[in-house]
Design a protein around this ligand. Structure first.
Ligand SMILES: Cc1cc2nc3c(=O)[nH]c(=O)nc-3n(C[C@H](O)[C@H](O)[C@H](O)COP(=O)(O)OP(=O)(O)OC[C@H]3O[C@@H](n4cnc5c(N)ncnc54)[C@H](O)[C@@H]3O)c2cc1C
Length: 494
């Protein structure tokens, strides 16, 4: 009889783990708190419009290829490579900057601002690419059983990268470029890790290499949710059941073994192995009552930004916009330093605009457009009261109207606003943190909450707050790492 695995959560981490394990003959069952699969990789449907709920693109598309091969299935969705990657708009500047993968084209965008841009960017990318290739196999895609093993692997990373662990992404850009705009634009990747470029170690400049040279950015034909639909269809074919509206709230265990997980209705879920896709730090504290993950301890950890998200359906088409568009200002350093701690107002916000109906006509009725606005805001530790979320959203929509010259409030026929309060309650995201734990050096690798539980030998974790980190490709890698752990523990891997 094959072993049974209960997966808690149907985010991309849980779904990919279910695929990989079922391909190896495990009997898998999934319980999910939300009413639909996908976790943050979800869909909002309202008033005839659709929006991707959170992720709007991904890099390292080859991780999805590897997932499908490893799970013995055909790729169920089609990548659409983005070009240009995104546009950037600074307040008070009439022109916008288009970020192209082609370096010559990119250099033309900055010709007036940054002398020798192409040569400088080439140097920057060469070093970033080296960090990426020197760490991908050695650190990122690897399980570590001990601190010594981790340090030994780190010691194999060429020493030339060591200073970049100690300096910030911003100081690295500051050394490489002179133009304010160039530095700000290529520091935005720091926010993808959920932190500011002033707090993000310079080694993460490797993300600029992944966006500009390595694999670029991708969307999915028909919308990001096609990823989830494709995987869920395959799981159905494999008779894997997902039980929705089923939240795990307690655990039943003995010294070193988990006996069952208990849902809100009191039902006990039993399996040989348990894989938790809920936040790996939060679960240890809230469900397993581990002192090292108490609320007090979790509050002291470094969490990524919380999102305030606005989903608009408008009764007109937009011209001259791109899939991703960033709206920034000139007080970048001050704003980035203060926004997450709620010590600067949200009346002059920085935000990101995505227009999913541009690539996916099915996302809006004829002659209409669906717009998604993401504004990074303080999490519930710093701003617990979000009763002003609609007002803040009004301010952002009015700012975007001014900057685009389109009265968006007037054109709006559908509007939904989600504050960190909803983000927390929908998916149990700790204090509304959108991307989970941040990636400081003391929260990555061996120091990140582990994908194998420290106490129960049959409990494992997958997803954004365990190894290797957050973002769709990282979460897919986390499913590979946890699968390797389980196979090894079951003696199926040497
Ligand atoms: C606004 C926003 C924009 C983003 N944009 C991008 C992007 O463009 N590109 C990118 O690569 N990444 C992006 N990310 C990050 C990306 O969404 C995450 O890294 C990734 O989706 C995390 O997947 P996961 O499986 O770890 O977790 P989740 O998607 O959170 O899945 C965990 C699942 O577990 C369920 N769960 C939690 N607790 C319980 C419980 N007790 N019982 C049962 N079920 C439970 C949750 O409901 C959820 O479905 C974005 C995130 C946000 C919030």
């Amino acid at each position: 009889m094959n072993k049974k695995v209960l997966v808690v959560g149907s985010g991309l981490g849980g779904l990919s783990t279910a695929l990989r394990l079922s391909a190896r003959g495990y009997q898998v069952e999934i319980v999910e708190k939300y009413h639909r699969a996908g976790g943050r990789l979800n869909l909002l449907e309202k008033d005839g419009f659709r929006w991707d709920l959170a992720p709007t693109f991904f890099s390292m598309s080859y991780e999805f290829d590897e997932l499908m091969r490893d799970s013995q299935m055909k790729m169920p969705f089609e990548f659409v490579e983005l070009d240009p990657l995104y546009s950037v708009h600074f307040d008070g500047d009439n022109r916008s900057y288009l970020i192209h993968k082609n370096l010559e084209k990119l250099a033309r965008e900055f010709a007036a601002l940054e002398p020798d841009f192409e040569a400088k960017m080439n140097r920057f990318l060469k070093s970033a690419g080296k960090i990426f290739h020197d760490t991908e196999g050695l650190i990122v895609k690897k399980n570590f059983d001990s601190l010594v093993g981790y340090l030994l692997s780190m010691a194999q990373v060429p020493w030339q990268h060591a200073p970049k662990m100690l300096t910030s992404m911003w100081s690295e850009l500051d050394k490489s470029f002179s133009s304010f705009e160039v530095k700000v634009i290529f520091s935005l990747v720091g926010f993808f890790l959920g932190s500011t470029p002033f707090d993000t170690p310079a080694v993460f400049k490797l993300l600029t290499y992944t966006e500009l040279q390595h694999d670029g950015y991708h969307n999915v034909k028909g919308g990001m949710y096609k990823i989830v639909e494709g995987i869920v269809d395959e799981l159905k074919r494999r008779n894997i059941e997902i039980h929705y509206n089923t939240e795990i709230v307690a655990a039943d265990y003995a010294a070193s073994k988990l006996h069952s997980l208990i849902d809100k209705g009191g039902r006990k879920w039993q399996a040989d192995h348990y894989v938790v896709n809920a936040d790996a730090a939060w679960f240890r504290g809230a469900i397993l009552n581990r002192a090292a993950f108490s609320e007090k301890k979790l509050d002291k950890m470094h969490w990524t930004m919380a999102p305030l998200t606005i989903y608009l359906g408008i009764n007109r088409k937009l011209d001259g916009y791109y899939h991703h568009n960033y709206y920034l200002r000139r007080n970048f350093k001050e704003y980035a330093g203060k926004i997450f701690k709620n010590s600067i107002g949200l009346d002059k916000p920085y935000y990101y605009l995505n227009i999913p109906s541009m690539h996916n006509p099915g996302y809006a009725p004829e002659g209409h457009e669906s717009l998604f606005i993401l504004c990074p805001v303080p999490d519930l530790r710093y701003k617990p009261d979000w009763s002003d979320a609609e007002q803040i959203a009004d301010g952002i929509v009015s700012d975007l109207s001014e900057r685009t010259g389109i009265d968006l409030a007037e054109a709006t026929v559908s509007r939904t606003v989600l504050s960190p309060v909803q983000w927390q309650s929908m998916f149990n995201l700790y204090k509304g943190s959108g991307l989970g734990l941040a990636h400081d050096l003391n929260q990555v690798g061996y120091f990140r909450p582990k994908n194998k539980d420290e106490v129960f030998r049959n409990l494992y974790y997958t997803g954004a707050s365990t190894t290797p980190g957050t973002g769709l490709p990282m979460v897919v890698i986390s499913s590979k790492l946890v699968t390797e752990r389980i196979l090894k523990d079951d003696g199926a891997l040497s």
